[in-house]
Design a binder for this molecule. Structure first.
Ligand SMILES: CC(C)(COP(=O)(O)OP(=O)(O)OC[C@H]1O[C@@H](n2cnc3c(N)ncnc32)[C@H](O)[C@@H]1OP(=O)(O)O)[C@@H](O)C(=O)NCCC(=O)NCCS
Length: 183
């Protein structure tokens, strides 16, 4: 019902439990592409599990915590962005994102993240936004860089994947560093 139009013309909208069937269909297109790079609990199969993910987010959003938004391009759900964590009292939040393969390379996630960053800093008074990704995830690190984030450190051997451990990069952006593009 409520949509935020991104500069590319794509739309950012809340992604809610009633959209479980659409989210499940999207995950069928995205699953193998995102599996190596996101938390395992996000990579579900079927409507029930997809709806459960959205219900967890909805419950958290009701307590002013984590929240999730879908990106629709030409009417199709192609990916999304989320506050994996959101803590207004501490002034900190963590961003996450994903896209189905066909939606990569168009700036959609960078645009969507900027909308969330702007809201967190300018409307909610958040002070610090983090971004955590596998060190091998070059496309994710590139988004963090595009957002103006600083690579603050690397947690060595902290991301379990296929029986081994990859390093985790921690990027962050402070409200004092944030400049709305074009201003
Ligand atoms: C991480 C992920 C969302 C990044 O997708 P992406 O398409 O590279 O990122 P964006 O949507 O910001 O698009 C940037 C690309 O679009 C291009 N682009 C085109 N128009 C653009 C615009 N207006 N603004 C910014 N970039 C634009 C950029 O040049 C860049 O392409 P390039 O990498 O080929 O140079 C995607 O790779 C993905 O889903 N990976 C699997 C899941 C994942 O890793 N999630 C994050 C876990 S930490």
């Amino acid at each position: 019902m409520f949509a935020h139009r991104l500069p590319s013309g794509a739309e950012l909208r809340p992604l809610e439990p009633w959209q479980g069937p659409e989210f499940a269909e999207h995950l069928d297109r995205a699953r193998e592409h995102i599996r190596p790079w996101v938390g395992p609990s996000f990579v579900t199969t079927g409507v029930e599990a997809a709806t459960a993910t959205l219900t967890r987010y909805a419950t958290s959003t009701a307590a002013d915590g984590a929240r999730i938004y879908g990106i629709w391009s030409e009417g199709a759900l192609v990916g999304g962005v989320m506050f994996v964590a959101f803590d207004a009292a501490r002034g900190s939040a963590e961003l996450g994102c994903w896209l189905e393969p066909a939606a990569q390379g168009r700036g959609l996630v960078s645009e969507a993240c900027r909308a969330l960053v702007r809201w967190a800093f300018e409307t909610r008074g958040i002070r610090r936004i983090e971004w955590r990704c596998r060190a091998a995830n070059a496309r994710s690190g590139a988004v963090a860089q595009r957002l103006g984030m600083t690579l603050e450190g690397t947690l060595r051997q902290s991301w379990p994947i296929d029986g081994v451990f990859d390093d985790t990069q921690i990027w962050a952006l402070l409200a004092t560093e944030w400049r709305t593009p074009g201003t």
